[in-house]
Design a protein around this ligand. Structure first.
Ligand SMILES: CC(C)(COP(=O)(O)OP(=O)(O)OC[C@H]1O[C@@H](n2cnc3c(N)ncnc32)[C@H](O)[C@@H]1OP(=O)(O)O)[C@@H](O)C(=O)NCCC(=O)NCCS
Length: 140
């Protein structure tokens, strides 16, 4: 059975890094195994939701927010073997629970656009972003 948590113990950060390593997400910090940076980033987030199969984290995402006006979703990942089982949808729903009045933004990966569309997100006409380096996601 898949279970969901909004807190994880001190011992589970490596488990979370494994998820981002295996999915090459979290801006590559997982593959560099920057556990402390990931821990700080998640602990400084408004909320994060992990999905578990027994003792293994098989999905996660987090939301950065002021809790009043805006929220931003990042680092959505589900292990390949667990995809298309509504785990990603459940994680996003749990992130948004009680935050229905917030304006929620995100930048999708190329492959997740249809996923977010199914969850009710729409493309933004004027969204802009600034990255620390170059990115295939930005127009020149
Ligand atoms: C995108 C991702 C999180 C989806 O997780 P998931 O658990 O498979 O998604 P769900 O099973 O909850 O899917 C919800 C709906 O979206 C659809 N969906 C999921 N992934 C999809 C995809 N890649 N293309 C089209 N539809 C997709 C599902 O079929 C389902 O549709 P339904 O309501 O008609 O049944 C997962 O594929 C993933 O981790 N991808 C790699 C990392 C990534 O790109 N993350 C997004 C970063 S912004």
């Amino acid at each position: 059975m898949i279970t969901y948590k909004t807190e994880i113990s001190e011992f589970d950060w490596e488990n979370l890094v494994d998820l981002y390593d295996e999915t090459n997400m979290c801006i590559g910090l997982g593959q560099k195994r920057e556990t402390e940076k990931i821990r700080r980033a998640f602990q400084n987030s408004y909320r994060f939701v992990t999905a578990w199969d027994s003792g293994k984290i098989i999905g996660c995402a987090r939301m950065i927010s002021d809790g009043e006006c805006y929220g931003w979703i990042h680092d959505m990942a589900v292990l390949p073997a667990y995809r298309k089982q509504d785990i990603g949808r459940t994680i996003v729903e749990k992130l948004l629970e009680g935050n229905e009045g917030l304006l929620i933004g995100l930048t999708s990966s190329f492959e997740a656009v249809d996923f977010y569309t199914k969850l009710g997100f729409k493309k933004h006409k004027t969204a802009m972003a600034k990255y620390p380096g170059r990115s295939d996601y930005l127009f020149d």
